[in-house]
Ligand binder design. Sequence first.
Ligand code: SF4
Ligand code: SF4
Length: 349
Amino acid sequence: MIYKVIGKDEFRKLIEGLIESNETFGPRQVDTGKDGQPIYQFRKVDSFDDLELDYNYTASSLKNFFLPFKELLSRYAFTDDDWEQGIEYRVNPRVIVGARACDINALNKLDDIFIRGAFPSPYYMARRNNTFLIGMDHMPPEDCFCESLGELTVRQGFNLFCTDLGDRYYLSINSSKAFNFLKKVKTSNPTAEDDRKWIERRQLIKSSFQTEVETDELPDLLDIEFSSPIWKKWGDKCLNCGVCAMVCPTCYCYGVEETIDVSLKQARKERQQYSCTVVDFAEVAGGHNFRPLKEDRLKYRYYHHYHGFAENADQQICVGCNRCGRACLPGINPKDVINDLILESGDDV
Ligand code: SF4
Ligand code: SF4
């Protein structure tokens, strides 16, 4: 990693240059909530002034830039005695500005599955490799618990990461592309004073968390509490809407559907995001549903995030953003469910 410091005016020039020559996305207010608070999403920006870099969180995560809700995997064209398959995963270079550390960590977890996993996805890889990602630190929203999961800071998976020092940014440069872009603007090497401010800023962010969730013993706890009544208590509230998985930056389950044209000359194969809380998620051919109960489906989601991954990949897949908790109409959220499990097991929360 190489470190530089850039004044905010120069940073503006850098971003304006990137916007001019690339499709660029960043946080923008898209609506106002019932509570009068702005709702932010990552959207296309046409100028630096479109960006709202002080946003608290976006309702959806960055995931859908890399795993769209629905995507075409392949097309088929049939002739009398032959057929052709067409696959496209070309992506134009693009820029995303203002990603938070936990969202970049979420992408790193998706990389483990879709790039470094047993079955790499060329579709995901093309999007990831063609995205220039600029991260930015922030003060934590009150319900965020990424610190509890060790996802507060990020050291890989981005091109450039900005730590806000007031009138300037402390830049962590993580790619030659970022290093070369920065040659076009004025930067300087960090002074001892910049280093001190960077450490102070990190400490301030770390000490500002208002929500803590005990997750260290969670994989073992989930083993013990497999038959806990807690799953029915929370499962009974669940509406099976699947929204939690849609907004989650790391939920990646999907379904694949093939559609054949009535002419029988063409067909298409599409992939669509899916959620393990939806009624037919575990239904198989013949109509048997392996998880007909709401409580089992909700439990499965928690086991996937905090247990299965911990056992198989030595990490929990949740990054603690609490998007699922905010989006859930009946108020199911990781903090309350996990605290209930801890109480059930007899430990103090
Ligand atoms: S958002 Fe809430 S109600 Fe909807 S599926 Fe998820 S846990 Fe259930
Ligand atoms: S807090 Fe919820 S939405 Fe965020 S990563 Fe964890 S499970 Fe996903």
